[in-house]
Design a protein around this ligand. Structure first.
Ligand code: OAD
Length: 280
């Protein structure tokens, strides 16, 4: 961690004095839970180009022409999420929510903020764990064990001599048809609308916030990437936590699991929050 003690103290003071802080997270917050990011070296998009694997049209093309490649992608996507546990960064954000009223806005689809204990979480790119029908009605909520079962079944299907039908059938708990109705996870692919009502709620929280902490996001995918600069333009203090990207406002250079617990510790050490917004 290269964040200086002064910058940590400054960040802790901003968060401590904030009435309505927002934590905005990207793939980097889950990297230390074993889930690769998208754009770092070895990231998901370096092995599976997003033009093919992040759009429905691209995915349908892969399913038709290279079903084994689709199976490889599904395994690469699900395996780390199925095995993941919240790390010290997720836990520090949840701890912050016990000291103050904190809104978490995440681009991640892994459910780790909720598992760490954060309550107010808006998943603006949806979730791999929430399965809905075409009208957006909840069909089921998957556990990490369910994800692992789908991943194992897809992996075996990909090894068959005629894999296409077997892969489709293995994916049924996530993507498929049941009682004549199509269902899918709420994840947002490129070209789709943002997940609702999460996106509208996220915009409201950013409009209202006086301090925003951006953690582990490259800030290249819009409209979510505009949130930190929107907050900054509206006068909020903005802090970026990232090992390599300076991002917005005050940069605390380091990983989520290193820096976030230090901010919470510095806040707790400096005594009770001076203004409202306190949690339990
Ligand atoms: P990226 O992969 O684009 O960026 C990850 C960021 O995390 C980079 O800035 C890294 O430097 C940083 N990082 C890496 N390890 C870290 C760690 N241990 N602690 C803190 N930061 C770390 O991921 P996102 O910005 O989340 O959308 O990507 C945004 C969107 O692009 C995703 O939601 C997804 C993707 O395409 C869709 O698929 C719609």
């Amino acid at each position: 961690m290269n964040a200086t003690p002064d910058s940590l103290r400054q960040a802790a003071a901003w968060v401590r004095n904030a009435r309505k802080p927002v934590v905005f997270t990207g793939a980097g917050v889950s990297a230390e839970s074993g889930i690769p990011t998208f754009r770092d070296a070895g990231g998901l998009w370096s092995k599976f180009p997003p033009e093919q694997f992040a759009t429905w049209r691209g995915l349908m093309g892969v399913a038709l022409r290279q079903p084994r490649r689709l199976a490889d992608f599904i395994v690469a996507l699900l395996e780390p999420v199925a095995a993941a546990k919240p790390n010290a960064g997720h836990r520090a954000i949840a701890e912050l929510g016990r000291c103050k009223t904190v809104t978490v806005i995440t681009q991640n689809v892994d459910g780790l903020h909720q598992e760490a204990g954060s309550d107010d979480v808006w998943e603006v790119h949806g979730s791999l764990l929430q399965i809905v029908d075409r009208q957006g009605r909840r069909v089921r909520c998957l556990s990490r064990d369910d994800l692992k079962a789908v991943m194992d079944a897809v992996r075996s299907a990909g090894e068959m001599s005629q894999p296409r039908r077997a892969i489709w059938s293995a994916m049924q708990p996530m993507f498929g048809v049941q009682a004549g109705k199509l269902h899918r996870p709420t994840i947002v692919l490129f070209g789709e609308s943002m997940a609702e009502p999460d996106w509208s709620n996220a915009l409201d929280a950013v409009r209202d916030c006086d301090c925003l902490i951006a953690v582990g996001t490259s800030g290249v995918v819009y409209p979510a990437a505009a949130l930190p600069s929107d907050a900054q333009a509206a006068g909020a203090k903005v802090i970026t936590i990232d090992p390599t990207q300076p991002g917005w406002g005050l940069w605390l250079r380091g990983t989520a699991a290193e820096v976030l617990p230090e901010i919470v510790k510095a806040m707790v050490d400096s005594g009770p929050s001076p203004r409202g917004g306190g949690g339990a």
